[in-house]
Design a binder for this molecule. Structure first.
Ligand code: GTB
Length: 214
């Protein structure tokens, strides 16, 4: 069955791979599943046709036959559960890999988004200069703990998994801030993820969309 995802017609990051369709593309590339992409504008995302797929009017979505999914956590878990390559076979190791997916989305990503929003949406506010360091410190806390847990390992729990895929993509959002470089082992972890052939294919595919003329 054909898999179709949605992505920005024009990503605000102009193809840096930070929009969340990249993590879904990456998961599909890791498991070797072909997919099609329907590009949507910001306006189209708020139209009834897209809201039927995504109640919050965002990308990405995932369609496969009768199945429609939104939320990258759910989409990537679905991909990982239906195709070998992103979750270990051992039940406990599998549960731990899924735990890292949740940790990426529920513990590490929220302060990173808060920092991105503080920079993007609040920099003109008189209190922004005082608030920004506090928000940045709330990112550093979990990064320090994550870095301690990763230690010298390549991946968070044995072989590369959907947990690493999600964590690497979440951490990439920090690259423009320079904050990731305060944690060399995490910067190296992200670089290891980016060196994977599947990531390179996913990145190239979204870049092609965002550098297209017209
Ligand atoms: N929790 C949802 C998920 O994981 O699927 C979040 C989905 C989401 O926020 N999607 C964003 C969106 O559709 C795109 S990825 N936004 C449009 C809207 O809300 O109207 C977020 C994103 C956007 C831009 C950059 N960037 O330019 O760097 C990075 C990430």
């Amino acid at each position: 069955m054909t898999i179709t995802i949605t992505a920005f017609e024009r990503s605000p990051d102009r193809g840096m791979g930070l929009a969340r369709d990249t993590r879904v593309r990456w998961a599909l590339e890791e498991v070797g599943q072909p997919y099609e992409v329907r590009l949507v504008s910001f306006a189209a995302m708020k139209e009834p046709a897209h809201l039927k797929l995504h109640p919050f009017g965002k990308i990405p979505t995932y369609e496969e036959g009768d199945l429609v999914l939104f939320e990258t956590g759910s989409i990537i878990l679905h991909i990982a559960e239906h195709h070998p390559g992103l979750l270990p076979n051992d039940a406990n190791a599998r549960a731990r890999a899924i735990t890292w997916m949740f940790a990426a989305l529920n513990t590490v990503e929220p302060p990173i988004l808060e920092l991105a929003n503080a920079k993007l949406l609040e920099s003109d506010k008189p209190w922004s200069k005082d608030r920004l360091p506090l928000v940045a410190d709330r990112v550093r806390g979990p990064l320090k703990q994550l870095s301690a847990r990763l230690g010298e390992a390549d991946w968070l729990d044995g072989a590369f998994s959907a947990g690493d895929l999600m964590m690497v993509h979440v951490l990439q959002r920090l690259k423009p801030s320079g904050l990731l470089n305060e944690f060399p082992s995490l910067a190296a972890y992200v670089a290891r993820g980016e060196a994977r052939p599947a990531y390179k294919r996913a990145f190239a595919a979204q870049l092609e969309v965002n550098t297209r003329k017209g």
